[in-house]
Each structure stands twice: as C-alpha cells, then as structure tokens.
Ligand binder design. Structure first.
Ligand code: BT5
Length: 239
C-alpha cells in the first residue's frame, strides 16, 4: 500500500488573537515546515484582497497555510475554494465558487480565500470561513455563515479538521493531477453561463462567463469576442 504523507496540517499553531493569520504566517515562514497552519480565534485586522478588510470575530475559522511550492501558482486559490466547498458539503451545505476566491452558499458569501506569496519562496493560503460567528449588520445582505444553514452551532474543531483534510487533498491533486483539480473548479464555478461584471484593475468588463481555463483564468464572451481575465472582482448583482 502506498503511504500518503500529509502536508497541510502537519503542524498547527493556535492563537487566541492576531492581527492577521496571513501576516503571522509570513513572519514565521522560514522557521517552519511546509504545511504549517496558523489558526486564530479572532483577527483584529483580517484582510481581503486589495487592502479590503475581513471581519473575523470569534466563532469563525480564520487560518493560513504555509506552502512552499517550487513556483507561485495562481491556481493555489482554488485549493482553498474547493476545500471549503467540500467541507461545507460534509456538513450538508451546498455551495459553489464565485471565481476566483469566494465561496457562496444560499446566494451569499460564506468564505473567502487570500493567497499571498514570494516567488520561489512561499505562498500563504489564507482561508476565512464563517461558521458560528455573527455577521455584522452591514454585511448581512451579502454574507452568511454555516450556522444559518444548520440552525445549531457547529463544533469548530471538527470543521477545522475537515477543512485541513480537504486542503491537504486538493493541494496534492494540484501538484499531481492539476487537470483534475481544474475540472472540479469548472464544475463548482456557479457563474459559468451567466452574464457578469468583472473589474480587472482599471478595466470594467461585462460579458458571459464561459469557462475557467487550465491556468485558472476566466474566459469571458464579450459580444462575441473572447477575452481571458487573469484576476478580478466578479459581480452578478446587476444582471
Ligand atoms: C476575500 O477578499 O474574500 C479574502 C478573505 C480572506 C480572509 C482570510 S481569514 C484568514 C486569513 N488572514 C487574513 O488576514 N485574511 C485571510 P475579498 O474578495 O477582497 O473580499 C473582501 C470583502 O468581503 C470585504 O470588502 C467585505 O465586503 C466582505 N467581507 C468582509 N468580511 C466578511 C466575512 N466575514 N464574510 C463575508 N464577507 C465578508
């Protein structure tokens, strides 16, 4: 029998409070092995992309995985998104990926992924998943938490255990069979076939999302012209 070595979660550092688990992970990256996870009960300065803030009170899962892939791979974000989708399924919650880094359930955002890296050195894979935590008033129209689906609070330890299991699994699939991972991403990306508005740097694009390509980019059909989008913010609200 082939023994599969666990990578993600071989070491777990648990903190009560931290500014951002991604920042903490960066500060220890050289001292710890690949797969080390930093998890905090609450973050005082949780971050989203482009300097946006991520609300992280007690009751949610806020963690960062230290990865040391040979090169920075933009598809690492999907390791996080797919692992969240599978974790939610373990608890009976159906969800999908809003390309590139959100997971939505019941029409609202339940999780976000933030990858940050240094070429040739490391990638920090940050995952924020709303579990039992309250959603602040100003986010209630767009955000949700697992407890809103289950009706009872979930054991955070158990959710963490499932999430680490799936992160480890998808990281292995990305390294060994990336085409299989990308097929799953396509299957789980619920925006495909829909008209979306994508903000890519200073560009605003409106078109039909037709595919997620093997390199992780989104293919948009803009009035018959195909355009590849490498990274961006997708919104569906207007259509
Ligand atoms: C993300 O950014 O969705 C990535 C979030 C990553 C958070 C994790 S937690 C552990 C690790 N440590 C960190 O400091 N960060 C990572 P983005 O796509 O830019 O979305 C940010 C937007 O999501 C905000 O501008 C809000 O509108 C919304 N938001 C903030 N907090 C939220 C929450 N708890 N649940 C749902 N939506 C939220």
């Amino acid at each position: 029998m082939v023994k599969i070595e666990q990578v993600v979660g071989i070491r777990v550092i648990t903190l009560d409070e931290v500014d951002s688990t991604n920042e903490y992970a960066k500060s220890i990256v050289r001292e710890v092995p690949e797969g080390t996870v930093v998890v905090a009960k609450r973050q005082t300065a949780g971050r989203g992309r482009k300097g946006r803030s991520w609300t992280s009170p007690e009751g949610g899962l806020w963690l960062s995985v230290i990865l040391k892939p040979p090169k920075v791979d933009p598809r690492l974000v999907f390791v996080g998104a797919l692992a969240v989708v599978d974790t939610l399924a373990d608890f009976g919650i159906a969800s999908g990926i809003k390309w590139p880094n959100d997971v939505w359930a019941g029409g609202k955002k339940i999780a976000g992924v933030l990858t940050e890296g240094k070429v040739g050195e490391y990638t920090i894979l940050g995952v924020g998943l709303n579990v039992n935590n309250p959603i602040p008033e100003e986010l209630r129209e767009t955000a949700t938490a697992m407890v809103n689906f289950t009706g009872v609070k979930l054991p955070l330890e158990r959710v963490l255990e499932r999430l680490l299991f799936h992160l480890d699994g998808w990281y292995r699939v990305l390294k060994e069979r990336p085409e299989i991972m990308m097929a799953k991403v396509r299957e789980r990306t619920f925006i495909l076939g829909r008209v979306v508005r994508v903000v890519e740097d200073d560009d605003v694009l409106i078109g039909r999302a037709v595919d997620v390509l093997d390199d992780g980019s989104l293919l948009l059909d803009i009035g018959g012209q195909l355009r590849r989008v490498l990274y961006g913010d997708v919104s569906l609200r207007f259509f």
